[in-house]
Write a protein that binds this ligand. Structure first.
Ligand SMILES: [Zn+2]
Ligand SMILES: [Zn+2]
Length: 373
């Protein structure tokens, strides 16, 4: 959504524990960055989405449950991890990581120094989804928040209702002999759908086979390794080309697979897109899919406000999304709110960028590595 950006970032106050620098969000007393977008010496990573976790830093720190997914995205980095809630001291700064409920391993960064507490939350959502530790409100003086869906129109249905909706769409298609293809971001959203459907229907209650695109293999394995229950899954290449089972299947694929030759084997299928943007009128049509499921890994409008209120913070800094709207709203209601200029995008936007560079065809050899059940 293109809204004007009238807010030039305010100059930071002396003694601020986090400031915006060209490299990223910086903690001056601790001499480290949070989710920096340019190469730095020390990077604390809130989560492994590509706009928050990038190659090129000398040292990385993330929450312990995020180790597998971060290494899957950025193999070979110099990574230390910290269990949620454990406090460490660095240059006199007390640092701890707390669940953000966004994706596996996502964390809010709590920083305490000189009698002040700041929390940088990265991306977050409030509803627990079973694929990661649920969001924990962390009391602080200054709260740094995203605002991806920071408009009053965004209100998510409960996740259980969305899973039921996806399941019944799949079931109706399977009965009609039509595959159901759902496009979802490869990290977070895809595993949430797989886990959510398993919870909804049980392993024996599936409407047909679950087929995943090869692009999901590594991340599915990282989730399974972390103890997240996923249903039995197969790669498309594991089924005979004309198998009637293909037309009963739920197919989970990255957005980049849309209109790729990989889809041909499923014949005349029904397709859907899972994203918070689906709540916006016209998005489904522009995506060219039959159905849209408003499933988001970000807080909706009431969620953002309740998270902000829950911290008890008097000062709020908004990093990305609908920044001007949120800053104005908060300032009008007595908060001291401002913006930070950042290079964080929204995760679906990253998916779209991935789509442009990704080889959408599943490679025959990549199919041999079987996803963990
Ligand atoms: Zn994210
Ligand atoms: Zn983000």
């Amino acid at each position: 959504m293109d809204l004007p950006r009238p807010l030039s970032p305010e100059p930071s106050h002396a003694g601020d524990l986090i400031v915006a620098r060209p490299e990223g969000l910086y903690c001056p007393p601790g001499d480290f960055y949070i989710d920096p977008w340019r190469p730095v010496e020390r990077a604390v990573i809130t989560h492994a989405h590509s706009d928050h976790a990038r190659f090129g830093h000398a040292h990385y720190l993330c929450a312990e449950p995020g180790r597998g997914v971060l290494l899957a995205r950025l193999p070979g980095i110099d990574l230390n991890t910290l269990p949620y809630g454990k406090r460490i001291r660095h240059h006199g700064v007390t640092l701890s990581l707390h669940p953000a409920g966004h994706v596996l391993g996502s964390a809010q960064v709590r920083i305490e120094y000189g009698g002040q507490v700041w929390v940088a939350s990265g991306d977050y959502k409030l509803e627990a989804d079973g694929t990661c530790d649920p969001f924990e409100p962390v009391p602080c003086d200054t709260f740094i928040t995203e605002s991806t869906f920071g408009l009053p129109i965004y209100r998510w249905p409960p996740q259980a209702a969305l899973m039921a909706e996806i399941f019944h769409w799949w079931q109706a298609n399977a009965q009609a002999g039509r595959a159901s293809i759902v496009y979802a971001y490869t990290f977070g959203k895809a595993q949430r759908i797989l886990h959510g459907l398993l919870r909804h229907a049980g392993a024996d209650g599936m409407a047909g086979p679950v087929i995943v695109h090869g692009a999901l293999t590594t991340l599915n394995a990282a989730y399974a390794e972390a103890g997240v229950a996923l249903p039995p899954m197969a790669l498309a290449s594991e089924l005979p080309p004309r198998s009637p089972l293909l037309r009963q299947a739920l197919v989970v694929a990255p957005p980049s697979a849309q209109r790729s030759p990989w889809l041909r084997r499923f014949g005349d299928a029904s397709d859907a897109f899972a994203s918070g943007w689906m709540q916006l009128r016209g998005t489904r049509r522009r995506r060219g899919v039959d159905r849209g499921f408003a499933l988001s890994d970000h807080a909706d409008w009431p969620g953002l406000l309740s998270a902000i209120e829950g911290t008890g913070a008097g000062r709020i800094i908004v990093t990305h999304g609908n920044v001007p709207v949120m800053v104005r709203y908060l300032n009008e209601r007595g908060w001291q709110a401002q913006a930070f200029e950042t290079e964080y995008g929204d995760d679906d936007e990253s998916a779209r960028n991935e789509a442009q560079s990704a080889d959408t065809e599943e490679k025959p050899d990549a199919g041999n590595e079987e996803p963990a059940p």
